[in-house]
Design a protein around this ligand. Structure first.
Ligand code: ADP
Ligand code: MG
Length: 528
């Protein structure tokens, strides 16, 4: 799999900047092969599966070719559906973000044509549209093609499946023959080849061929996860399987950075690795991962290429790989040297089809899995603790400990079972919440039973009424106002009681709050 960096492609720096900002680490195989050829100006037939980045494969050369000083239409891109036309337009807009004077316009059926005509009058050098609607505009002469020097048939197989063949041929007849005709498709059924023969000249065929690959025999699962739930599912799986080392793959550098931030924020020992990092930074991250100090490494395919670590017990495809081959490379990082390995792939919606491709290509099975519930996580954690405990009981001399426990049992009302259960809770970290809550001292605030008394440094002298305090507390914390207990207001301060279970919430919520426009300090009261 030969791939290249975008900066090897002699692109305008503005385009490179756009690519950089999209977070692409490296050109995908079809991009690596097709971009130079399309840029050379010849007709091209490009074939690669869905999700391999065909849009940029033609989009980058389109932008490279377009003349921003000429406002006339120069490129037509035909796309099978409204959704795809919009997607392609979005991708081109992102790629051309730093180019000046380029207008990209999607047109499709179902959209009010007079509105479209108005947008077209504004002038757009690049028009992306469904064949029917483009033809309509060509007939109305609301799209003129005197200056069109490039036409792209994107997702050609889909367009034919949808019965657009005649429309496509009609459109091709409209375009000046001195043009570059480029066609991209996931598959190449016969009718496509007929079109290419009729309308292209000396076309160069670029096909990303796949070699047979063997997949290591590791357990492979997939989860149907919405984008916004991905982090939660990932952390759930990390907690559940507790892999020694995990490798998480993302498709962009940006996603790597975002996810690394997010996981660190949640207290995981995670680091990102991608091509924008200095060599010294990468070395530091890799060293930390090898030693196990960082147990989660988040990387792009490119950055992970050099990684050779044996103890990786889990690979996560946080983004589904853009190439079947990547899948094999990715999951090949686990299950080495006879160790257990698991691979987890997150897919959403239509990505399940890509998964089918991967399975067919890799001759492997990727099984659907339900996402573990938080109870499952607690249970498996408990099992792990118990395993360690069994080992201790087997191997250690526990006599002194037994004496201590016995003493505790004799002096208190606790049973051995109570004590064991409390230790388990502590080992699971399930007592964390209780600990955090008690970081405020609620025991001596002089409040009524079940309440805490809070001190607020604002009072009558500042023109504040009890209702203001009550309103601020209820408003900021979301606790119902009726739960607020006694309010004692003095000249310069106020005591207010809230239910103990809301104490922490109220204190946290009031940290940045204002009462009557004044910042206040709220803390547990000291009993006089
Ligand atoms: P195709 O047309 O082959 O089905 P797309 O062009 O729609 O694939 O690309 C699929 C996704 O991959 C898009 O989200 C796109 O932004 C992203 N993508 C394209 N090229 C790259 C790249 N070099 N690195 C990372 N992501 C890429
Ligand atoms: Mg596409």
């Amino acid at each position: 799999m030969e791939t290249i960096r975008f900066d090897e492609l002699e692109l305008y720096p503005q385009i490179l900047r756009g690519i950089q900002e999209m977070g692409f680490e490296e050109a995908t195989p079809i991009q690596s092969q097709a971009i130079p050829v399309v840029m050379s100006g010849v007709d091209v037939i490009g074939q690669a599966q869905t999700g391999t980045g065909k849009t940029a494969a033609f989009g980058i050369p389109v932008l490279q070719k377009v003349d921003p000083s000429n406002k006339k239409t120069q490129t037509l891109i035909l796309s099978p559906t409204r959704e795809l036309a919009i997607q392609v337009a979005d991708e081109l807009r992102k790629l051309s973000k730093y180019m000046h004077g380029i207008k990209v316009l999607p047109v499709y059926g179902g959209q009010d044509i007079t509105k479209q005509i108005r947008s077209l009058k504004g002038g757009a050098q690049i028009i992306i549209g469904t064949p029917g609607r483009i033809m309509d505009h060509l007939r109305r002469r609301t799209i003129r093609c005197d200056y069109v020097n490039m036409i792209v048939l994107d997702e050609a197989d889909e367009m034919l499946n949808m019965g657009f063949r005649e429309d496509i041929e009609t459109i091709l007849e409209y375009i000046p023959t001195e043009r570059q005709t480029v066609l991209f498709s996931a598959t190449m059924p016969k009718p496509i080849l007929e079109i290419t023969r009729k309308y292209q000249h000396d076309a160069v065929t670029i096909k990303v061929v796949k070699k047979e690959l063997t997949v290591p025999s590791i357990d492979q699962y997939y989860y149907d996860v919405k984008r916004r739930d991905k982090v939660d599912v990932l952390t759930r799986l990390l907690d559940y399987y507790d892999p020694k080392l995990s490798l998480v793959f993302c498709n962009t550098k940006r996603m790597v950075d975002e996810l690394a931030q997010e996981l660190k924020g949640r207290g995981y020992f995670a680091e990102g690795l991608h091509g924008d990092m200095k060599q010294s930074q990468r070395d530091r991250v890799m060293k930390s991962f090898r030693s196990g100090k960082t147990d989660i490494l988040i990387a792009t395919d490119v950055a992970a290429r050099g990684i050779d670590v044996d103890d990786v017990e889990a690979v996560f495809n946080y983004d589904i790989p853009q190439d079947d081959e990547y899948y094999v490379h990715r999951i090949g990082r686990t299950g080495r040297a006879g160790r257990t390995g698991r691979a987890f792939t997150f897919v959403k919606g239509k990505e399940v089809y890509k998964l089918k491709d991967i399975q067919r290509y890799c001759k492997t099975k990727i099984l659907a899995q339900p996402i573990p519930s938080s109870d499952d996580v607690a249970q498996i954690k408990a099992e792990k603790v118990m395993e360690r405990i069994s080992a201790i009981i087997e191997e250690e001399d526990l006599r002194e400990m037994v004496d201590l426990i016995e003493k505790q049992i004799n002096e208190s009302d606790y049973t051995a079972m109570d004590i064991a259960a409390a230790f388990l809770m502590q080992a699971l970290g399930a007592d964390g919440e209780a600990e955090e809550k008690s970081s405020y001292d609620f025991d001596n605030t002089g409040a009524e039973e079940g309440m805490v008394r809070l001190f607020v440094n604002i009072g009558k002298k500042q023109n504040v009424k009890p209702g203001d305090v009550l309103g601020a507390i209820a408003g900021e914390s979301g606790m119902p106002g009726r739960l607020v207990g006694a309010i004692d207001m003095f000249d310069k301060y106020t005591f207010v009681e809230v239910p103990r279970e809301y104490g922490k919430e109220v204190l946290d919520a009031m940290k940045n709050a204002k009462i009557k426009g004044k910042s206040v300090n709220v803390e547990p009261a000291n009993q006089k």
